[in-house]
Design a binder for this molecule. Structure first.
Ligand SMILES: [Zn+2]
Length: 244
C-alpha cells in the first residue's frame, strides 16, 4: 500500500532537486517500509547536507516513519554550525578519486586531506567513518551512505571555486596554515638545514634559497619559490573572503 507525504526543501537543498521541485511543496508517494532518509534520498537529497527535519511542525529523526499526509520541512546546514561537525573534532577531509587538484590545494593550506587515486567508494566511506573525516565529492550517491558522519557535495566543477566553497562552508578562513603539509602525500613538513637536503635541490635553487623544508613522510624537499608567491596570493584572497 502506498501513502502520500508533502515535502518542502529549504535553501541549498534545492540544488539537489529537479527545477520544477525547487522551493515548492512536493507530494511524494512512498511505501510502508520507507524512512524519511529513504524518501529524501530518493528525491536526490543526501542526509549529510540535512540539518533538521520538521514533521507537522515537530522536530524528527531521519529514521522516522510518517503518518498519512504528513507535512515535512527539510532544512540544510548553512555552514559553520556545530552540528555540522558532530563528532568531528577537527576539520579533516577525505576526497573522492576525481578531486586530486583540490586535495593538493587543501594540503597546501595545511588541512589533513586523504586522497588516493585508487580508493573505491567503500574505502572512502570506511575512511570517513573510522577516521571521522568530512567526505568531499561531486558524487551525490556517495553521500547517501549511512556510515558517513559528515560530507559535502561540491557544487562547482572548478577547483578554485570548490576550494572557496569548502573554506566558506566549514569556516576555515582563519585556520589556514600554509606550508605545513606535503601536497603530494599529506605528511607534515618541517624546516631543515640547507646542508641536509643539498643533494635533492637543483643547482640554481641552491644558489638563490637558504630556507628549506622537508616532508617527514616522503622526504620531498620544498622551498619558497615562485609557486609560494602564488600560494600566498591565494591565501590572502581566502582570508579576505572569511572577513566578508
Ligand atoms: Zn610527502
Amino acid at each position: 500500500m502506498s501513502h502520500i507525504a508533502h515535502f518542502r526543501f529549504h535553501g541549498s537543498l534545492n540544488d539537489f532537486l529537479r527545477p520544477r521541485q525547487r522551493n515548492t511543496s512536493i507530494s511524494y508517494t512512498y511505501a510502508e517500509h520507507q524512512t524519511l532518509k529513504d524518501m529524501m534520498e530518493a528525491m536526490g537529497v543526501p542526509h549529510v547536507e540535512v540539518r533538521e527535519v520538521l514533521v507537522n511542525g515537530e522536530r524528527s529523526s531521519l529514521s522516522q516513519r510518517l503518518e498519512e499526509q504528513a507535512q515535512v520541512e527539510v532544512y540544510p546546514f548553512e555552514g559553520g554550525e556545530a552540528e555540522l561537525l558532530a563528532g568531528i573534532a577537527e576539520r579533516r577531509f577525505v576526497l573522492d578519486v576525481h578531486l586530486g587538484t583540490l586535495a593538493r590545494s587543501l594540503r597546501m593550506l595545511g588541512f589533513d586531506t586523504v586522497y588516493e587515486q585508487h580508493l573505491h567508494d567503500a574505502e572512502l566511506v570506511r575512511l570517513a567513518y573510522e577516521e571521522q573525516r568530512i567526505l568531499l565529492t561531486r558524487d551525490v550517491n556517495l553521500l547517501k551512505h549511512k556510515a558517513i558522519p559528515a560530507g559535502y557535495w561540491l557544487r562547482s566543477q572548478q577547483t578554485e571555486e570548490q576550494l572557496q566553497e569548502v573554506i566558506s562552508r566549514y569556516k576555515l578562513a582563519d585556520q589556514l596554515r600554509p606550508f605545513t603539509r606535503c601536497m603530494v602525500c599529506n605528511g607534515h613538513i618541517v624546516q631543515v638545514e640547507k646542508q641536509e637536503v643539498l643533494e635533492q635541490v637543483p643547482p640554481k635553487t641552491r644558489l638563490y634559497f637558504e630556507e628549506f623544508y622537508q616532508c617527514q613522510q616522503c622526504r620531498r624537499v620544498y622551498w619558497k619559490g615562485s609557486h609560494f608567491e602564488r600560494m600566498q596570493e591565494l591565501v590572502r584572497q581566502l582570508e579576505a573572503q572569511g572577513e566578508v
